[in-house]
Each structure stands twice: as structure tokens, then as C-alpha cells.
Design a protein around this ligand. Structure first.
Ligand code: NOJ
Length: 537
């Protein structure tokens, strides 16, 4: 029977952070032409969809997540012609492009905000959120209050992120219509969908203190679907960092919500102290991590759709966080199998496929991320000693995953021929794409093969999930099964040997493994072992 699986369910999505991917014009900053020069690299890895972090006009206070003109390309990255060439280049190779849609806020340099400040009687004033007092008291995600005082107006505007990212007032209908028009014009240009930045925030009711997953979220999502997405064969991902797993399931199940899948973060709080900010670090709790995954599979069993990822431009590198830099290749391979054997659409963040690791700059001046720099100030005021702050930054700072892509062992890792905007990780001599591609046992080749297998068997897309070792914190063993196939995923999450006992292995053959090993009922798994078997092949 022909199955009707939506293309975005088994697509491999690859995220490009344009500042750090490839510099083509020797200014130390990645650009569109640089990306275009690497399209064959992406195709040959098996990429189906590129998600491009923002390339719109922006003063770059938050590296492009502060947009000053939604209709223009930032000259730092190139021109509109370059973007069209990128879209065409992807399409001609059978790949798609999804853009970042950042509509919870604009830059303070957006003409709407400038008008709003200059003339409180202009219609643009109400495009933003104002109050006479800094109330209710709400903290910005990037430290300090979310309210910023404007002296000549004698009132405050609201910004959940940096003070240069004022939040849009989604209750203003005219503003919403302008956004919808903008979305449509990008779709008409051939863009294949959007990753919708912090989209759960657009339904907020600030003055009543309701922020994440606010009371108007479903209304506005539905309206957006009607105005923009209805009838188009596109892919929409709702980045919803602050919502529960249950709500993520519900929101992607609502008929016509326009959200095909959620990009949620419930699995990423397993290395921070409960109820505290991400900077309050603790060792990863793997049992908790597994429990989050298990719950995801219950929630998304019948309805809704989830994304699979361990890192992105806001998160640390996965090997440094969940794996082990001393076992870089083995643990990198294990993490790929551990996460991408599960149900959901796989997302690979640039550099993960070559096993890149996090960064530890000695000098705070080397850090560029606004969140990190604000945090340093706040932590100092809180009385944290310098060493403790740096430890938290080494572990959670966003620049960990933003260092330039390591293409080869030439100066600046082949990313650029001048000093890049953010320093290259000094380990580029031993960790780079050229070496990875020439080594059959690399993270690159293991993960490429994994995605080939994933595509060849529908069981990875639509199969059910069953964890076989829920109580274990050192291993993660699970099955995926549908009417035609059964897959068995075995991973050792530690740097120690682990003994495991399997009940049912008859008929299974190993199709991918990072050790030369045989399947048996009692097995000793070497450090970070990753074994994928399928029944009846
Ligand atoms: C989420 C983005 O991924 C992050 O980089 C950005 O700082 C915030 N949203 C605000 O746009």
C-alpha cells in the first residue's frame, strides 16, 4: 500500500548560521555566496532542506535576530540576487530553503519603531507594547528588566530579548496584516517555509503578565495560516522554547494551525538546576534525558510532530555537552544514533556532522554574544566570582556553537582568509571537514550512512517507539517498529564498558555500528558504542 508521508517528516534539515559558515569576500564574515559555494557539500551529505538563520537587514545586535527591514538582504551577507541564486541553486539540486521568521520583535532600527518613538500619534506607536510603569515586573531573557524607559515619552517599551529588540504588539491588526504580506512575498519568491522564531510568544498578554503560550496564540497562528500558508506545500516549524511537551503536541495537532512541527527544548534542561536559569549548570542527567524522549513519543504517538536535535546556534556543541571530547568520534557517532533513531524530523546544525566541539576563550573580550555579555554583567552584580561565571559560559554560552565552520587545516580553518568576526576554534588542525571526509570511520561518514538508512526504511519516520531500558542511566536502548520493519537502537552513553541483556535479537542484523561487534543476548558495550540493527534485512 502506498503510504502518504509528508515530505517534511523524513527530510534531513541542515541549519546554516550564515555568519559562521563560509566567507567568500574576505571580510571575515560568512555570506550567501559562501553558502552557494558549498551546495554540493550539502547535497552529498544528504541534506533535503536548508534552514537559514536570518539574513535580513539588521544592525546585528543579536546577530540578525534583530531585523530592521524584513524585505531586504543584509549587505553583510550579500544581495537579493545572491539569495535568489541560493534558492535556485538549492532547488536545482532537489533541496529546499526555509527562512527564519522573526516576528515577535523587530530591531529598534526598524522604521516602525523609529516612527513609534518619534511620533506617539503615528499608527506605528501601537505596533509596539508600552506602559507608564515598568510593570508587571518581567525579566528579559537576556538579563535585566524587559521594560526600557524612554525619557521623552515618559513611558516604557517592552522587550523580552535585548533592549534593541522591541516586541511587536500582535493585538494590532494593521501590524499583523503587514507581517502577513511580508510572509507572502517571501513565499512567492520560492521560499519553502519558515522556522518561526519564539513563535509561542506572539499570543502574549503582557499587561496581565501572560507571556509564553499566551491566550491569543492559537488565534494568531490560525489567522497566519489563513492569510499565508493555506494551500501552499511548505514546511513550518514553530520554535517554542518555553512551552510544555503536552502543549507542543497539541499545537501541532490543531487542524490548520499552520504549525507542521514544534522545535521544543524540554530535553535541554537536563544539565541545569531546577527552576533556575540555564547558567546554573549541573552534570547531564541521562535518565531525565531519556524520560523526556520517552514522554515525547507518548505525546506525539498519534498526533502532532516533533523535531529531533541536540544543538543549534543557541545551544552548546553536542559532543562537548552530552558526549566526551576525549572520545570525540565515538561519542559523536553515538549521539547521532541516539537522537536520530527517534521519531521526528532530524535537524543537523552546521559543524555537528564533522564533530566540532565547544570553545573556551580565556578572555571575555573574545566573546561576542549579547546574551553571554549581559550575563557576565548580571552574574558579577550577583556576586559570582569570575571563575564561576566563565565556567558557566564555557558550558552554556551561545558562542560555543558559533565559531567559524572548520573546512580544512589552512589558516582560519579555510572559513576565510582574514581574521573572522569570532575566533576559530584552535582545534581546527585536527577537526575539520577535509579530514572527516577522508576518514571512513569519522562522525561524518557514520552520520551520513545513518541518514541514508533512515531514508530507506519508513519505520524511522512512522514507526512506533519502545524503550527497552527505561531504568538505566548509562545506556539507551530502544525499538522502532511498524507493520513492515523493526529497528533496534543500542547506545552506550558513557566512557565505560556496559553489560547489557537483550531479550529478542532473532532475525536482527547490524546495519550500522561504530565498533566491530556482534549482536548477542548478553553484550559488553565498549565506550560510547552505537549499534543499529534491523530485522529481516
Ligand atoms: C531564538 C533565536 O534562536 C535566538 O538566537 C534569538 O536570540 C532569540 N530567539 C530572539 O530572537
Amino acid at each position: 500500500m502506498e503510504k502518504n508521508i509528508k515530505w517534511w517528516k523524513n527530510a534531513l534539515v541542515y541549519q546554516i548560521y550564515p555568519l559562521s559558515f563560509k566567507d567568500s569576500n574576505s571580510d571575515g564574515v560568512g555570506d550567501l555566496k559562501g553558502i552557494i559555494s558549498k551546495l554540493d557539500y550539502l547535497k552529498s551529505y544528504g541534506v533535503d532542506v536548508v534552514w537559514l538563520s536570518p539574513v535580513y537587514e539588521s544592525p546585528m545586535d543579536d546577530n540578525g535576530y534583530d531585523i530592521s527591514d524584513y524585505t531586504k538582504v543584509n549587505p553583510l551577507f550579500g544581495t537579493m540576487e545572491d539569495l535568489q541564486e541560493l534558492i535556485d541553486g538549492l532547488h536545482s539540486r532537489g533541496m529546499k530553503l526555509i527562512m527564519d521568521l522573526v516576528v515577535n520583535h523587530t530591531s529598534d532600527e526598524h522604521i516602525w519603531f523609529k516612527e513609534a518613538l518619534n511620533n506617539p500619534n503615528s499608527k506605528y506607536h501601537d505596533y509596539y507594547i508600552w506602559n507608564k510603569e515598568a510593570k508587571p515586573e518581567i525579566g528579559s531573557v537576556f538579563s535585566g528588566s524587559a521594560w526600557e524607559y524612554v525619557e521623552h515619552l515618559d513611558k516604557y517599551y517592552f522587550h523580552l530579548f535585548s533592549r534593541r529588540q522591541p516586541d511587536l504588539n500582535w493585538h494590532n491588526k494593521e501590524m499583523r496584516e503587514e507581517i502577513y504580506q511580508m510572509i507572502n512575498s517571501w513565499l512567492d519568491k520560492g521560499v519553502d517555509g519558515f522556522r518561526m522564531d519564539v513563535i509561542e510568544l506572539i499570543g502574549k498578554d503582557v499587561l496581565n503578565g501572560k507571556i509564553g503560550d499566551g491566550p491569543y496564540l492559537e488565534t494568531y497562528l490560525f489567522e497566519m495560516w489563513e492569510r499565508c500558508f493555506k494551500g501552499r506545500d511548505i514546511m513550518n516549524i514553530g520554535e517554542m522554547g518555553g512551552i510544555s511537551q503536552e502543549r507542543a503536541g497539541e499545537l501541532t495537532s490543531i487542524e490548520n494551525s499552520g504549525l507542521h512541527m514544534t522545535f521544543q527544548f524540554s530535553h535541554l534542561s537536563v544539565d541545569q538546576e531546577a527552576w533556575k536559569s540555564k547558567w546554573h549548570i549541573k552534570p547531564v542527567d541521562f535518565k531525565e534525558l531519556k524520560n523526556v524522549f520517552i514522554k515525547n513519543h507518548e505525546i506525539f504517538k498519534e498526533k502532532g510532530w516533533n523535531s529531533l536535535f541536540l544543538s543549534n546556534h543557541d545551544q552548546p556543541r553536542q559532543i562537548s555537552r552530552f558526549g566526551d571530547e576525549n572520545y570525540r568520534v565515538k561519542s559523536g557517532q553515538m549521539l547521532f544514533l541516539m537522537i536520530y533513531g527517534q521519531k521526528g524530523t532530524p535537524y543537523v546544525y552546521q559543524g555537528e556532522e564533522i564533530g566540532m566541539t565547544g570553545i573556551k576563550f580565556d578572555d571575555l573580550k573574545s566573546y561576542k554574544d549579547v546574551e553571554t555579555l549581559n550575563w557576565y554583567k548580571e552574574a558579577t552584580q550577583l556576586g559570582w566570582p569570575h571563575e564561576r561565571i566563565m565556567k558557566s559560559i564555557y558550558s552554556k554560552g551561545r558562542d560555543n556553537s558559533r565559531t567559524p565552520f572548520q573546512w580544512n587545516n589552512k589558516p582560519f580553518a579555510g572559513f576565510s582568509d582574514v581574521k573572522p568576526w569570532l575566533e576559530v576554534n584552535p582545534n581546527y588542525q585536527t577537526i575539520n571537514a577535509e579530514l572527516e571526509l577522508n576518514d571512513d570511520d569519522s562522525v561524518y561518514h557514520f552520520s551520513k550512512r545513518l541518514f541514508e538508512i533512515r531514508k530507506a526504511f519508513d519505520v524511522f519516520t512512522d514507526g512506533e517507539f519502545k524503550c527497552l531500558d527505561q531504568e538505566a542511566s548509562s545506556t539507551f536502548i530502544y525499538k522502532r517498529f511498524n507493520q513492515t520493519h523493526e529497528a533496534l537502537i543500542i547506545t552506550n552513553l558513557t566512557n565505560k564498558e556496559q553489560e547489557i541483556h537483550l531479550e529478542e535479537i532473532k532475525g536482527f542484523s547490524i546495519v550500522l555500528s561504530n565498533y566491530d561487534i556482534k549482536l548477542s543476548k548478553r553484550m559488553i558495550l565498549p565506550p560510547y558504542a552505537a549499534i543499529l540493527s534491523i530485522k529481516g534485512v
